[in-house]
Write a protein that binds this ligand. Structure first.
Ligand SMILES: Cc1cc2nc3c(=O)[nH]c(=O)nc-3n(C[C@H](O)[C@H](O)[C@H](O)COP(=O)(O)OP(=O)(O)OC[C@H]3O[C@@H](n4cnc5c(N)ncnc54)[C@H](O)[C@@H]3O)c2cc1C
Ligand code: FES
Ligand code: FES
Length: 502
């Protein structure tokens, strides 16, 4: 079967590829086919940032958006209609280093250099995203942009220095308008179909551009692997060497990336990136700011979607406890029919959801904040950045005027085979005054709610204890008489620490 070719922009020219397996990664293509070996491979699972490249794509308004991603877990056909930038593309026509590169040299931000191309690309994305008239970004902003880049020999201080210094050099030309025009010309009006073979035979990569066509293809090919940001699925290929078979890609359907608000509901399209989704969630619920920045890293959040996190249904996924505590519901779609389902009813067992064959998650609907809601999430993991939770908890309660709990929703990840509500602990709260005795009763009730597993992240006993302790912490932060302010309980987030020591 003849195939359409993957068409993407690189160095101002349109590249076309028609003979690579659909699961060939962008990194494999760069290093082995295009011989652009500046981009490195460290972990091949999105963790180290050595492979960081920047993708240029048109946002909903038709403007150019530049996003750092992990090339090691992005598949080549997802580049179609996009632009790819790597560390080789940054030097000026006269051979001069880009300010990002020059600043790293001048600040001694590189030793063995293996991680450096990845840092350069994350900083290059920041260089273009940061408003020109806003002065240099803060060290916090730079650290957030570099949360997906590991360096094992230089140390981060000089690298962050370079992030601040990079704006001091003359700005090299960058013709965003020309790239936008080229991308507009490349944009497809109809489904992109890429046919290729791998070791299990010939397969099709379908990339529709409308929701209706996506839904039709999903119903017509229920066994095709739905692919979103590839931050889970990519690892099935690079680490588990699985064949994906036919693939249905959601990433070109702008209608499924929209984020809308009305008086009652925040509606997040399933294909909205985690970064965009959390920005919207944190605008309504500032209590989610820490979870947002601690969810993986910026490149993973640029690629990964909220719909993918919810649909993957990992028991240790970070979004579900918060969304369940906030009483979110899902919009599920099959062909042209939609239904809604509360998120806490969606998980039926370990990695088993209520999705029918041919159905998909179209949107996540989150109630807007209500008065007097006391809401917190706690992610407990071994590292602050870029780590998977041992336990992730979310608590949402409302009190009446006499401080009695009128409503309680508590959800945990890492404590059971699915993200799960703590029904006994909730029952121990409702109708009781929010005081120390009530909190301690609810802590004890958690033992009846969960019998957590021991695995490489944490022992069962540790998880059970942490669950009780975060409930206690929630009480300390939200007690009616002397609540602790957010900034008092977290020295890392909310600008609570001193930024630039003299
Ligand atoms: C380095 C690294 C760090 C990570 N850190 C975290 C973390 O801190 N917290 C956390 O929770 N997760 C983390 N993850 C996991 C992952 O990033 C998230 O689960 C992410 O939200 C997955 O979204 P995606 O769009 O990449 O999904 P994909 O990988 O494309 O798909 C995941 C699954 O969901 C299905 N799917 C996707 N979209 C839909 C839809 N709309 N309808 C139905 N099915 C769908 C796919 O078929 C697949 O089965 C991490 C992953 C990596 C590689
Ligand atoms: S090679 Fe480590 S993140 Fe890609
Ligand atoms: S310079 Fe060696 S790993 Fe960063």
């Amino acid at each position: 079967m003849t195939t359409q070719t993957i068409r993407f922009l690189q160095r101002g020219a349109v590249r076309e590829i028609g003979d690579a397996p659909a699961t060939r990664t962008v990194l494999q293509h760069l290093r082995e086919d295009a011989l652009c070996t500046g981009t490195k491979e460290g972990c091949a699972e999105g963790d180290c940032g050595a492979c960081t490249a920047v993708i240029g794509e048109l946002d909903a308004s038709g403007a150019l958006a530049l996003k750092a991603v992990n090339a090691c877990i992005q598949f080549l056909p997802t580049l179609d209609s996009r632009a790819l930038f790597t560390v080789e593309d940054l030097r000026g026509a006269d051979g001069a280093l880009h300010p990002v590169q020059q600043a790293l040299v001048d600040c001694h931000g590189s030793q063995c250099g293996f991680c450096t191309p990845g840092f350069v690309m994350s900083l290059w994305a920041l260089y273009h995203q940061h408003p020109r008239d806003a002065g240099p970004p803060s060290r916090d902003e730079i650290a957030a942009a570099l949360s997906g880049n590991l360096c094992r020999c230089t140390g981060y201080r000089p690298i962050v220095d370079a992030g601040q210094r990079m704006f001091e050099y003359p700005r090299p030309p960058f013709d965003a308008d020309a790239i936008t025009q080229q991308l507009t010309a490349l944009k497809r009006a109809q489904t992109f179909e890429y046919h290729a073979s791998d070791s299990s035979g010939p397969h099709t990569f379908h990339a529709p551009v409308t929701r209706a066509e996506f839904a039709r293809l999903r119903a017509a090919h229920p066994n095709a692997r739905l692919l979103a940001g590839s931050t889970d699925v990519g690892l099935w290929v690079t680490k588990q060497f699985r064949d994906l078979g036919d693939v249905l890609y959601i990433g070109n359907v702008d209608e499924l990336k929209t984020i809308e608000r009305d008086a009652q509901t925040l509606t997040i399209g399933a294909a909205a990136s985690l970064e965009d989704a959390y920005a919207a969630l944190a605008a309504d619920y500032p209590e989610l700011a820490e979870l947002w920045t601690r969810f993986a890293s910026r490149p993973i959040r640029n690629a990964g979607t909220l719909g993918g996190n919810v649909a993957n249904g990992s028991p240790i996924g970070d979004s579900m406890p918060a969304l369940i505590a906030l009483n979110a519901e899902l919009v599920l779609q099959k062909a042209d029919k939609t239904r809604t389902m509360r998120l806490d009813a969606f998980y039926l067992g370990y990695q088993k959801t209520a999705l029918d064959a041919g159905e998909f998650v179209a949107a996540i609907r989150v109630p807007r904040p209500v008065a007097a809601l006391r809401f917190r999430t706690y992610k407990v993991s071994k590292r602050y950045d870029q780590d998977i939770s041992a336990v992730c908890a979310a608590f949402a309660i409302r009190l009446d005027e006499s401080h009695r709990v009128t409503d309680a929703r508590i959800a945990f990840g890492g404590m059971a085979a699915t993200p799960k509500r703590a029904a006994q602990a909730e029952a121990a709260l409702i109708g009781h005054e929010w005081n120390e005795a009530t909190a301690r009763t609810a802590m004890a009730a958690l033992d009846a709610d969960f019998q957590p597993l021991t695995d490489m992240r944490a022992s069962s006993a540790y998880r059970a204890k942490v669950a009780r302790n975060v409930l206690w912490r929630f009480y300390l932060e939200t007690r009616p008489d002397a609540p602790l302010a957010l900034a008092e309980v977290n020295a890392f987030a909310y600008g609570a620490h001193v930024e630039d020591a003299p």
